[in-house]
Design a protein around this ligand. Structure first.
Ligand code: GLY
Ligand code: MN
Ligand code: MN
Length: 440
């Protein structure tokens, strides 16, 4: 069972999705497949986010089917049958009866019967909502069910005429977080903030990047967050300039900054924090100068997160502060207007200032409506993560800047009158970081 999201909320999500669906339609969504790690060892199972959103049901080998107006129940789950022998080895199975009693499904069947039952449910529905192209082998099964219906047209069977991507409707619902979702995301943010604090303190003892990763994972687990939302990035020195660095295998050197981008997952909700700090506990002058620019850019971007502003405004605010900072420090030349026009910041800032955050770290939801950037509305959650990265081989800048990589990232929920930072439990000013690292 989902500890943070009550069964009634999953039911409400299904109801809202069905309200958006055409009357004579059907939605079909499979659970995530189990994935092999090596030989007979599987990766720990993580449910598909869409499936989890609609059901809270955490098992593989399941398919949820929504059939608006169906007399015998609109929400149908196909799932594994209970099996005492198998459960002795692998743990409990909910089973079709449990799916109804514990998960609020209207109707449930053994997954082994799906080929016999589902074509009959599709038959007569003119439109099928389905995430086409996500899982090739399941795509083929869906097509086989359609073929089975087509084979019976002379007996009066009516195959559906239209396939529509389920994501259009579902991902728009997922973009707006409920009070319960904000609560669980705030908890994930709080645990991740604690983990970053612990990693900062651990860095004073030196060692290797992976030892800071160990401290992050230890803190996540200590607080009941058993999974990371994505592989932790722990980059010391110039590794901080590699945006997706996950080797985490190099030594921490006195004088280096460490960039940590790490967040835990709680009940399938992600957090995503980046902090950058000195191994020694004290920023050097060039490190501090660049850091202050990134921090000011982050404050400006967070300030732009409020209802009525559009998606790109935090990014525009960050880019303006970063560009001015780069001019002031002599890393780029010219006037602000000129440098912005030429996007002169790009060699030092090559990513966007954030993304939607939710059950997936790069969460679903459109960033534009038609040609226009989407307006921010209460309940949307996003990251704000400006950075500056001076490549170690950038010969156009003074040597003292080379190999410095800095990013500062927080998770921010849009509220009625502004925003709420969900990850403020970890310091980010130079003074606060140095004070925390000086603690014993
Ligand atoms: N951790 C991935 C990101 O910040 O987008
Ligand atoms: Mn991020
Ligand atoms: Mn991140």
């Amino acid at each position: 069972m989902s500890p943070w999201i009550p069964m009634t909320e999953h039911a409400e999500r299904r109801r809202r999705l069905m309200e958006l669906m055409a009357e004579d339609s059907i939605a079909i969504l499979p659970a995530a497949p189990e994935c092999t790690r090596n030989r007979d060892v599987l990766f720990p199972f993580r449910q598909d986010s869409d499936f989890q959103y609609l059901t809270g049901f955490g098992e593989p080998e399941a398919v949820v089917v929504l059939i608006p107006g169906r007399e015998h129940g609109e929400s149908v789950l196909f799932c594994r049958e209970r099996n005492p022998e198998k459960e002795l080895w692998d743990g409990s199975i909910v089973g079709p009866e449990g799916a109804i009693e514990q998960y609020g499904m209207d109707d449930a069947f053994p997954i082994s019967d799906i080929d016999d039952i589902l074509p009959g449910m599709i038959e007569g529905r003119s439109r099928v909502y389905y995430p086409l192209g996500r899982d090739q082998s399941f795509d083929k099964r869906v097509m086989d069910w359609i073929k089975a219906i087509r084979a019976k047209v002379r007996a009066g069977a009516q195959p559906p005429g239209e396939f529509v991507a389920l994501e259009h409707l579902l991902h728009d619902l997922r973009l707006y977080k409920s009070a319960n979702e904000i609560k669980v995301m705030a908890r994930a943010g709080q645990i991740s903030a604690q983990a970053h604090c612990n990693a900062m303190k651990r860095a004073r003892r030196g060692g290797y990047e992976y030892q800071l990763e160990a401290e992050l994972i230890r803190t996540f687990m200590e607080h009941g967050a058993r999974n990371v939302a994505y592989p932790s990035i722990v980059g010391a020195g110039a590794n901080g300039c590699i945006l997706h660095y996950i080797d985490n295998s190099d030594p921490l050197k006195e004088g280096d900054l460490v960039l940590i981008d790490a967040g835990c997952e709680v009940d399938c909700y992600a957090s995503d924090i980046t902090r950058t700090f000195p191994v020694s506990g004290t920023f050097s002058e060039p490190q501090r100068a660049l850091y202050e620019v990134v921090l000011e850019a982050q404050y400006a971007a967070i300030d732009a997160v409020r209802p009525g502003n559009h998606w790109n405004m935090p990014h525009e605010a960050a880019v303006e502060v970063l560009t001015q900072g780069l001019i002031d420090l002599g890393l780029i030349q010219g006037t602000l207007a000129d440098a912005l026009e030429k996007e002169a910041y790009r060699p030092f800032y090559m990513h966007r200032t954030g993304h939607w955050l939710g059950m997936d770290v790069h969460d679903v939801g459109d960033y534009k409506v038609g040609d226009a950037w989407r307006e921010l509305e209460p309940g949307m959650v996003m990251t704000v993560e400006p950075g500056l990265y001076v490549a170690p081989d950038n010969m156009d800048v003074d040597p003292r800047w080379r190999g410095i990589g800095i990013r500062i990232e927080d998770d921010v929920a849009v509220t009625k009158d502004g925003c709420r930072v969900l990850t403020d439990g970890v310091p980010k000013t130079v003074a606060e970081i140095e004070a925390l690292m000086a603690e014993q």
